[in-house]
Design a protein around this ligand. Structure first.
Ligand SMILES: *Cc1c(COP(=O)(O)O)cnc(C)c1O
Length: 388
């Protein structure tokens, strides 16, 4: 094999990742500033600056930068007083981090199915679950809808039900930064909004999260609990159990740089989705999730659903991609089907389960080239033309 051929071969088989970090260029400047001024700590000007950026972008009032989205969910539940024996109603179709903090609080997760328009929490099943749990004398302390893959949940309907029964909403917007619902940014609807800046999210701080709220006291409480709950005293005085959940000033520096390119990242990810739709949308057996009117998704991950009646399964496609060194992933496995959660109640009729069985997330990074997308598309087209 000649060198030229060999190089082409390497090029052709480069791994294509599902969603990888994509720096904008100014992140290092903020991090360097932290080094120069020796702000190597879980506080400092980058933390303040990043919080200010998030507040103004999300229009949410106040933000606390934290070590992860999971930590943000945990603090939201603690501040709402969720404790042993309480119920928390959570979207079943999600990543486990939406539900784990319910267990950290000693509470009981109750899982709610999705509806087909957004793949997110079904308002009808939510209301039946509330009525059923109340009739059993349960105390429902919070509702956790999730904006999966960036698609907004039906917030008007969910908030109307939450208000009717007077139950606080903790909006899991970990995948939804940059999306809007009726023109308003996700994360600003619930009593609390949760963001994640994990390495695979639309923007990243290498690892991190944030808690948003209109309520200043709640966010002050979150910052207090996240820094070991130290009371105001010259020595270390504690009247509450604390946590070490604050974001470091180094990570927040990356976050400040990433905020400068967030809107660009949204349009790049939406561009991926549009291109996949254009190239694959006409293949019988492949379907995409359209945005309902006034829903604007950041298209964090581009997803397809494959109708097994066509003789090709999601696994056939996934394995064909693996063979070409392309990473893809089944849609989230619903929480009520997870061994760790299967003993808890579930209200629904199989929408999430069906999506898990037949859905696939395609490579969706904002740093993918057109040639990368073409490679993915070629493999999928080949799989559908040559099913055997
Ligand atoms: C990533 C994610 C989280 C957790 O965020 P971390 O920062 O990884 O702790 C929570 N919920 C959903 C839906 C997520 O995708």
């Amino acid at each position: 094999m000649g060198i030229q051929e060999e190089l082409e071969n390497i090029e052709m088989n480069n791994k294509i990742w599902l969603s990888s970090p994509h720096m904008g260029g100014t992140e290092q400047r903020f991090v360097e500033e932290a080094f120069t001024n020796n702000w190597i700590a879980p506080l400092g000007p980058n933390v303040d600056g990043f919080e200010a950026d998030l507040q103004s972008f999300c229009g949410s009032g106040y933000a606390a930068a934290l070590s992860s989205g999971t930590a943000a969910l945990h603090l939201a539940l603690i501040i709402l007083g969720v404790t042993t024996g309480d119920d928390v109603l959570c979207q079943s179709f999600t990543f486990s981090a939406s539900a784990n903090p319910i267990i950290y609080c000693g509470a009981t997760p109750v899982f709610i199915d999705s509806e087909v328009d957004t793949w997110n929490m079904c308002p009808k099943h939510l209301e039946s679950a509330i009525q059923d749990r109340l009739s059993q004398g349960k105390k429902i302390k919070a509702i956790i809808p999730v904006h999966l893959y960036g698609m907004p949940a039906k917030m008007d309907e969910i908030l109307a039900i939450a208000n009717k029964y007077n139950i606080p909403v903790v909006e899991d917007a970990a995948e939804g930064l940059g999306s809007t619902y009726k023109g308003r940014p996700l994360g600003s609807f619930g009593g609390f909004g949760v963001l994640s800046f994990n390495g695979n999210k639309i923007i990243t701080t290498s690892g991190g999260g944030a808690l948003l709220s209109e309520n200043k006291i709640f966010i002050e409480q979150a910052r207090f609990l996240a820094t070991q709950a130290r009371d105001n005293a010259p020595h270390y005085e504690h009247t509450q159990i604390g946590y070490n959940y604050r974001m470091s000033n180094i990570c927040a520096g990356i976050g400040r740089g990433q905020m400068e390119v967030l809107l660009q990242r949204v349009s790049q990810r939406r561009g991926n989705y549009d291109y996949y739709l254009e190239q694959l949308g006409d293949i019988p057996g492949i379907s995409f999730l359209a945005e309902p009117e006034h829903f604007y998704s950041n298209r964090w991950l581009s997803c397809i659903v494959i109708d097994p009646a066509m003789g090709i399964t999601r696994e056939d496609v996934r394995l064909a991609l693996v063979a070409e060194n392309i990473e893809s992933r089944p849609l989230w496995k619903p929480m009520h089907l997870q061994p760790v959660f299967e003993k808890y109640s579930y209200y629904g009729d199989g929408v999430a389960e069906n999506l898990f069985n037949n859905g696939l997330c395609l490579p969706s990074g904002s740093n993918l080239e057109r040639a990368d997308l073409d490679r993915v598309i070629r493999v999928i087209k080949n799989t559908f033309n040559n099913p055997f």
